[in-house]
Design a protein around this ligand. Structure first.
Ligand code: SF4
Ligand code: SF4
Ligand code: SF4
Length: 333
Protein backbone atom coordinates (compact mmCIF):
# COMPACT_ATOMS: atom_id res chain seq x y z
CA UNK A 1 0.00 0.00 0.00
CA UNK A 2 2.80 2.35 1.04
CA UNK A 3 4.31 1.68 -2.38
CA UNK A 4 1.45 3.52 -4.06
CA UNK A 5 1.37 6.43 -1.60
CA UNK A 6 2.82 9.37 -3.49
CA UNK A 7 2.25 13.10 -3.49
CA UNK A 8 0.33 12.73 -6.75
CA UNK A 9 -1.93 10.03 -5.25
CA UNK A 10 -2.67 12.30 -2.27
CA UNK A 11 -3.30 15.20 -4.64
CA UNK A 12 -5.76 13.15 -6.69
CA UNK A 13 -7.77 12.25 -3.57
CA UNK A 14 -7.90 15.92 -2.54
CA UNK A 15 -8.76 17.01 -6.10
CA UNK A 16 -11.61 14.49 -6.28
CA UNK A 17 -12.97 15.59 -2.88
CA UNK A 18 -12.74 19.25 -3.93
CA UNK A 19 -14.42 18.44 -7.26
CA UNK A 20 -17.38 16.87 -5.44
CA UNK A 21 -17.63 19.86 -3.10
CA UNK A 22 -17.27 22.57 -5.75
CA UNK A 23 -19.57 20.93 -8.31
CA UNK A 24 -22.21 19.33 -6.03
CA UNK A 25 -21.57 21.05 -2.67
CA UNK A 26 -24.82 23.04 -2.43
CA UNK A 27 -26.77 19.86 -3.15
CA UNK A 28 -24.96 18.05 -0.37
CA UNK A 29 -24.72 20.78 2.28
CA UNK A 30 -27.63 23.11 1.49
CA UNK A 31 -31.07 23.04 -0.01
CA UNK A 32 -31.12 25.58 -2.81
CA UNK A 33 -28.98 27.80 -5.01
CA UNK A 34 -27.75 30.26 -2.64
CA UNK A 35 -26.07 32.51 -0.48
CA UNK A 36 -24.76 29.18 0.81
CA UNK A 37 -21.52 29.60 -1.11
CA UNK A 38 -18.45 30.01 1.07
CA UNK A 39 -16.95 32.86 -0.93
CA UNK A 40 -17.48 34.36 -4.36
CA UNK A 41 -13.76 34.82 -4.63
CA UNK A 42 -12.27 31.41 -5.23
CA UNK A 43 -8.93 31.78 -7.07
CA UNK A 44 -9.73 28.70 -9.20
CA UNK A 45 -12.35 28.01 -11.85
CA UNK A 46 -15.39 26.76 -9.97
CA UNK A 47 -18.56 28.04 -11.55
CA UNK A 48 -21.38 30.32 -10.40
CA UNK A 49 -23.59 28.94 -13.19
CA UNK A 50 -23.52 25.53 -11.51
CA UNK A 51 -26.59 25.76 -9.30
CA UNK A 52 -25.48 22.73 -7.29
CA UNK A 53 -21.96 24.06 -6.64
CA UNK A 54 -20.52 24.80 -3.21
CA UNK A 55 -18.51 27.92 -4.08
CA UNK A 56 -17.58 30.02 -7.07
CA UNK A 57 -14.73 31.85 -8.67
CA UNK A 58 -13.70 35.49 -8.37
CA UNK A 59 -13.97 36.23 -12.08
CA UNK A 60 -17.75 36.60 -12.25
CA UNK A 61 -17.97 39.23 -9.48
CA UNK A 62 -14.99 41.08 -10.98
CA UNK A 63 -16.73 41.33 -14.37
CA UNK A 64 -20.03 42.40 -12.79
CA UNK A 65 -18.33 45.00 -10.63
CA UNK A 66 -16.57 46.49 -13.69
CA UNK A 67 -19.85 46.55 -15.61
CA UNK A 68 -22.24 47.78 -12.90
CA UNK A 69 -20.19 49.58 -10.23
CA UNK A 70 -16.78 50.79 -11.43
CA UNK A 71 -18.36 52.15 -14.62
CA UNK A 72 -20.58 54.44 -12.49
CA UNK A 73 -17.47 56.56 -11.78
CA UNK A 74 -17.66 57.58 -15.45
CA UNK A 75 -21.39 57.49 -16.09
CA UNK A 76 -22.79 58.96 -12.84
CA UNK A 77 -19.75 60.70 -11.40
CA UNK A 78 -19.85 58.35 -8.39
CA UNK A 79 -17.05 58.70 -5.85
CA UNK A 80 -14.12 56.38 -6.59
CA UNK A 81 -13.89 54.57 -3.25
CA UNK A 82 -17.57 53.50 -2.95
CA UNK A 83 -17.57 52.48 -6.61
CA UNK A 84 -14.45 50.37 -6.09
CA UNK A 85 -15.52 48.87 -2.75
CA UNK A 86 -16.98 45.63 -4.21
CA UNK A 87 -13.86 45.06 -6.32
CA UNK A 88 -11.60 45.72 -3.34
CA UNK A 89 -13.56 43.26 -1.19
CA UNK A 90 -13.34 40.56 -3.89
CA UNK A 91 -9.60 41.16 -4.37
CA UNK A 92 -9.09 41.34 -0.60
CA UNK A 93 -10.72 37.92 -0.18
CA UNK A 94 -8.60 36.54 -3.01
CA UNK A 95 -5.51 37.93 -1.23
CA UNK A 96 -6.47 36.12 2.00
CA UNK A 97 -7.03 32.84 0.14
CA UNK A 98 -3.71 33.21 -1.69
CA UNK A 99 -1.98 33.97 1.62
CA UNK A 100 -3.23 30.60 2.93
CA UNK A 101 -2.69 28.31 -0.07
CA UNK A 102 -1.08 30.45 -2.75
CA UNK A 103 -1.38 28.91 -6.22
CA UNK A 104 -2.14 25.45 -4.81
CA UNK A 105 -5.81 26.31 -5.47
CA UNK A 106 -4.97 25.33 -9.05
CA UNK A 107 -2.93 22.20 -8.54
CA UNK A 108 -4.99 20.78 -5.68
CA UNK A 109 -8.56 22.15 -5.77
CA UNK A 110 -9.67 23.50 -9.15
CA UNK A 111 -12.46 21.40 -10.74
CA UNK A 112 -11.38 22.32 -14.27
CA UNK A 113 -7.74 21.48 -13.52
CA UNK A 114 -8.80 18.06 -12.21
CA UNK A 115 -11.08 17.53 -15.22
CA UNK A 116 -8.21 18.19 -17.65
CA UNK A 117 -5.87 15.86 -15.72
CA UNK A 118 -8.52 13.13 -15.77
CA UNK A 119 -8.91 13.43 -19.54
CA UNK A 120 -5.10 13.24 -19.82
CA UNK A 121 -5.07 10.02 -17.73
CA UNK A 122 -7.77 8.57 -20.00
CA UNK A 123 -5.59 9.49 -23.01
CA UNK A 124 -2.61 7.69 -21.48
CA UNK A 125 -4.65 4.60 -20.71
CA UNK A 126 -6.03 4.59 -24.27
CA UNK A 127 -2.43 4.50 -25.46
CA UNK A 128 -2.58 7.90 -27.12
CA UNK A 129 0.88 9.42 -27.50
CA UNK A 130 1.33 12.20 -24.98
CA UNK A 131 3.20 15.28 -26.11
CA UNK A 132 6.08 15.85 -23.70
CA UNK A 133 7.38 19.25 -22.78
CA UNK A 134 6.37 21.99 -25.20
CA UNK A 135 9.25 23.99 -26.68
CA UNK A 136 10.42 27.23 -25.06
CA UNK A 137 9.37 29.15 -28.18
CA UNK A 138 5.82 27.78 -27.98
CA UNK A 139 5.59 28.51 -24.26
CA UNK A 140 6.90 32.06 -24.76
CA UNK A 141 4.22 32.69 -27.38
CA UNK A 142 1.38 31.22 -25.29
CA UNK A 143 2.17 32.87 -21.95
CA UNK A 144 0.92 36.43 -22.70
CA UNK A 145 -2.53 35.14 -23.84
CA UNK A 146 -3.78 34.68 -20.26
CA UNK A 147 -2.87 38.29 -19.41
CA UNK A 148 -4.70 39.49 -22.51
CA UNK A 149 -7.79 37.46 -21.51
CA UNK A 150 -7.64 38.74 -17.93
CA UNK A 151 -7.21 42.39 -18.89
CA UNK A 152 -9.66 42.51 -21.79
CA UNK A 153 -12.33 39.88 -21.06
CA UNK A 154 -12.43 40.21 -17.26
CA UNK A 155 -11.75 43.93 -16.79
CA UNK A 156 -11.77 46.23 -19.84
CA UNK A 157 -14.70 44.97 -21.96
CA UNK A 158 -17.11 44.76 -18.96
CA UNK A 159 -16.04 48.29 -17.95
CA UNK A 160 -16.64 49.61 -21.49
CA UNK A 161 -20.03 47.87 -21.42
CA UNK A 162 -20.99 49.62 -18.20
CA UNK A 163 -19.89 52.97 -19.63
CA UNK A 164 -22.14 52.31 -22.62
CA UNK A 165 -19.61 51.78 -25.43
CA UNK A 166 -20.56 48.13 -25.92
CA UNK A 167 -23.76 46.08 -25.89
CA UNK A 168 -24.98 44.05 -22.91
CA UNK A 169 -23.46 40.82 -24.25
CA UNK A 170 -19.96 42.17 -23.41
CA UNK A 171 -20.85 42.62 -19.72
CA UNK A 172 -19.36 39.26 -18.70
CA UNK A 173 -17.50 38.07 -21.80
CA UNK A 174 -15.10 35.79 -19.98
CA UNK A 175 -17.91 33.78 -18.37
CA UNK A 176 -19.52 33.58 -21.81
CA UNK A 177 -16.55 31.59 -23.15
CA UNK A 178 -15.38 29.85 -19.96
CA UNK A 179 -15.03 26.05 -20.30
CA UNK A 180 -15.71 25.60 -16.59
CA UNK A 181 -19.25 26.93 -17.09
CA UNK A 182 -19.98 24.15 -19.58
CA UNK A 183 -18.07 21.42 -17.75
CA UNK A 184 -19.41 21.97 -14.24
CA UNK A 185 -23.03 22.41 -15.28
CA UNK A 186 -22.87 19.38 -17.61
CA UNK A 187 -21.51 17.34 -14.70
CA UNK A 188 -24.76 18.03 -12.83
CA UNK A 189 -26.83 16.94 -15.83
CA UNK A 190 -27.67 20.52 -16.85
CA UNK A 191 -26.92 20.90 -20.57
CA UNK A 192 -28.41 24.41 -20.85
CA UNK A 193 -24.95 25.98 -21.11
CA UNK A 194 -24.19 24.22 -24.41
CA UNK A 195 -25.90 26.42 -26.97
CA UNK A 196 -25.45 28.73 -29.93
CA UNK A 197 -27.14 32.08 -29.30
CA UNK A 198 -28.80 33.87 -32.18
CA UNK A 199 -29.75 36.98 -30.17
CA UNK A 200 -27.19 39.13 -32.03
CA UNK A 201 -23.73 38.74 -33.57
CA UNK A 202 -21.95 39.34 -30.25
CA UNK A 203 -23.88 36.64 -28.40
CA UNK A 204 -23.50 34.37 -31.42
CA UNK A 205 -19.71 34.83 -31.54
CA UNK A 206 -19.24 34.33 -27.79
CA UNK A 207 -21.42 31.20 -27.63
CA UNK A 208 -19.68 29.72 -30.67
CA UNK A 209 -16.23 30.41 -29.16
CA UNK A 210 -17.37 28.82 -25.87
CA UNK A 211 -18.48 25.58 -27.52
CA UNK A 212 -15.36 25.39 -29.73
CA UNK A 213 -13.03 26.17 -26.83
CA UNK A 214 -14.65 23.48 -24.68
CA UNK A 215 -14.38 20.87 -27.45
CA UNK A 216 -10.81 21.89 -28.22
CA UNK A 217 -9.84 21.70 -24.54
CA UNK A 218 -11.13 18.11 -24.29
CA UNK A 219 -9.44 17.04 -27.53
CA UNK A 220 -6.13 18.64 -26.57
CA UNK A 221 -6.22 17.32 -22.99
CA UNK A 222 -5.95 13.79 -24.42
CA UNK A 223 -2.45 14.64 -25.70
CA UNK A 224 -1.23 17.82 -23.99
CA UNK A 225 -0.94 18.47 -20.26
CA UNK A 226 -3.23 21.17 -18.84
CA UNK A 227 -4.08 22.81 -22.19
CA UNK A 228 -6.59 25.35 -20.88
CA UNK A 229 -4.56 26.24 -17.77
CA UNK A 230 -1.97 27.84 -20.04
CA UNK A 231 -4.39 30.59 -21.03
CA UNK A 232 -6.53 30.70 -17.87
CA UNK A 233 -7.12 34.23 -16.51
CA UNK A 234 -7.07 32.93 -12.94
CA UNK A 235 -3.27 32.67 -13.12
CA UNK A 236 -2.69 36.43 -13.66
CA UNK A 237 -5.15 37.20 -10.87
CA UNK A 238 -3.29 34.86 -8.51
CA UNK A 239 0.03 36.29 -9.61
CA UNK A 240 -0.97 39.75 -8.35
CA UNK A 241 -0.75 38.31 -4.82
CA UNK A 242 1.68 35.39 -5.11
CA UNK A 243 4.43 37.19 -3.16
CA UNK A 244 2.33 37.02 0.04
CA UNK A 245 1.55 33.29 -0.28
CA UNK A 246 2.86 31.25 2.66
CA UNK A 247 3.16 28.09 0.53
CA UNK A 248 6.09 28.37 -1.89
CA UNK A 249 8.23 26.27 -4.18
CA UNK A 250 11.80 26.85 -3.00
CA UNK A 251 14.95 25.65 -4.73
CA UNK A 252 18.22 24.87 -2.93
CA UNK A 253 20.31 23.69 -5.74
CA UNK A 254 23.27 25.82 -6.64
CA UNK A 255 25.77 22.97 -6.09
CA UNK A 256 23.71 19.76 -6.07
CA UNK A 257 21.40 20.46 -9.04
CA UNK A 258 22.84 19.00 -12.22
CA UNK A 259 20.25 20.67 -14.44
CA UNK A 260 19.15 17.17 -15.49
CA UNK A 261 15.81 18.65 -16.59
CA UNK A 262 13.68 16.02 -14.79
CA UNK A 263 11.74 18.78 -13.04
CA UNK A 264 10.83 20.51 -16.29
CA UNK A 265 9.82 17.20 -17.89
CA UNK A 266 7.53 16.50 -14.92
CA UNK A 267 6.03 19.99 -14.83
CA UNK A 268 2.55 20.08 -16.41
CA UNK A 269 3.00 23.79 -17.19
CA UNK A 270 6.43 23.40 -18.85
CA UNK A 271 8.11 25.97 -16.63
CA UNK A 272 11.72 25.92 -17.88
CA UNK A 273 12.83 28.47 -15.29
CA UNK A 274 12.74 25.91 -12.42
CA UNK A 275 15.80 24.20 -13.89
CA UNK A 276 17.94 27.29 -13.43
CA UNK A 277 20.45 27.46 -10.60
CA UNK A 278 19.11 28.91 -7.34
CA UNK A 279 20.05 28.86 -3.65
CA UNK A 280 17.20 29.05 -1.13
CA UNK A 281 15.11 30.96 -3.65
CA UNK A 282 11.34 31.15 -4.04
CA UNK A 283 10.86 29.90 -7.60
CA UNK A 284 7.03 29.90 -7.64
CA UNK A 285 6.46 31.03 -11.20
CA UNK A 286 3.37 32.89 -12.44
CA UNK A 287 2.31 29.69 -14.28
CA UNK A 288 3.02 27.35 -11.35
CA UNK A 289 0.06 25.45 -9.92
CA UNK A 290 2.06 24.17 -6.90
CA UNK A 291 1.27 20.59 -7.89
CA UNK A 292 4.62 19.37 -6.51
CA UNK A 293 5.52 17.09 -9.43
CA UNK A 294 8.91 18.78 -9.80
CA UNK A 295 9.63 17.82 -6.16
CA UNK A 296 8.59 14.21 -6.78
CA UNK A 297 10.74 13.86 -9.89
CA UNK A 298 13.90 15.68 -8.71
CA UNK A 299 16.51 12.96 -7.97
CA UNK A 300 18.52 15.00 -5.45
CA UNK A 301 18.03 15.32 -1.71
CA UNK A 302 16.61 18.66 -0.60
CA UNK A 303 16.92 20.53 -3.91
CA UNK A 304 13.23 21.12 -4.60
CA UNK A 305 11.06 21.97 -1.59
CA UNK A 306 7.61 23.07 -0.53
CA UNK A 307 7.91 25.60 2.27
CA UNK A 308 5.04 26.94 4.36
CA UNK A 309 6.31 30.15 5.89
CA UNK A 310 9.73 29.21 7.34
CA UNK A 311 8.87 25.47 7.61
CA UNK A 312 9.93 22.93 4.96
CA UNK A 313 7.00 20.55 4.49
CA UNK A 314 8.26 18.44 1.59
CA UNK A 315 11.62 17.92 -0.09
CA UNK A 316 12.91 16.04 -3.08
CA UNK A 317 14.92 12.89 -2.36
CA UNK A 318 16.72 10.06 -4.15
CA UNK A 319 14.42 7.48 -2.56
CA UNK A 320 11.26 9.41 -3.46
CA UNK A 321 12.48 9.80 -7.02
CA UNK A 322 13.14 6.05 -7.46
CA UNK A 323 9.72 5.12 -6.10
CA UNK A 324 7.95 7.77 -8.19
CA UNK A 325 9.68 6.76 -11.41
CA UNK A 326 8.75 3.09 -10.85
CA UNK A 327 5.08 3.98 -10.34
CA UNK A 328 5.09 6.20 -13.41
CA UNK A 329 6.45 3.35 -15.56
CA UNK A 330 3.85 0.96 -14.17
CA UNK A 331 1.02 3.43 -14.89
CA UNK A 332 2.16 4.03 -18.45
CA UNK A 333 2.57 0.30 -18.98
S1 SF4 B 1 -5.08 27.57 -14.32
FE1 SF4 B 1 -6.05 25.56 -14.54
S2 SF4 B 1 -6.14 24.79 -12.47
FE2 SF4 B 1 -5.85 27.03 -12.30
S3 SF4 B 1 -7.90 27.94 -12.21
FE3 SF4 B 1 -7.32 27.87 -14.35
S4 SF4 B 1 -8.18 25.94 -15.10
FE4 SF4 B 1 -8.11 25.82 -12.89
S1 SF4 C 1 -18.19 30.88 -16.10
FE1 SF4 C 1 -16.05 30.58 -15.50
S2 SF4 C 1 -15.41 32.59 -14.85
FE2 SF4 C 1 -17.65 32.63 -14.87
S3 SF4 C 1 -18.24 32.03 -12.82
FE3 SF4 C 1 -18.15 30.17 -14.01
S4 SF4 C 1 -16.06 29.38 -13.64
FE4 SF4 C 1 -16.07 31.51 -13.03
S1 SF4 D 1 6.93 24.23 -11.16
FE1 SF4 D 1 6.63 22.33 -9.97
S2 SF4 D 1 4.96 22.75 -8.60
FE2 SF4 D 1 4.91 24.34 -10.21
S3 SF4 D 1 3.52 23.54 -11.79
FE3 SF4 D 1 5.57 22.91 -12.36
S4 SF4 D 1 5.80 20.85 -11.45
FE4 SF4 D 1 4.04 21.82 -10.45
Amino acid sequence: MDKLLTLTALRRVIQLTAFVFFVYGAMIFATFYTGDKLTQSLPALSCAYDQSGGDFCALIPLQHQMDHRVSSIFTQGEKVLPALMGTLITLGTVAVLILILNKAFCGWLCPLGFFQETIGMIGTKLGLTQMGTLSRETITKIRPIKWFIFLFLVLILPLLTGIGFLGHEWGNPYCSICPSRIMTTAMTGDMSQVYISQANWGYFALSLIADLLFGLMIALALFVRAPFCRICPILPMQTLFKKIGLLRLVKNGSSSCESCGNCVKACPMDIYEIQESAENKNITHADCTLCGRCIEFCPHDGVMNFKYGPVTILSSSKEGFKKRTKIDKWWRG
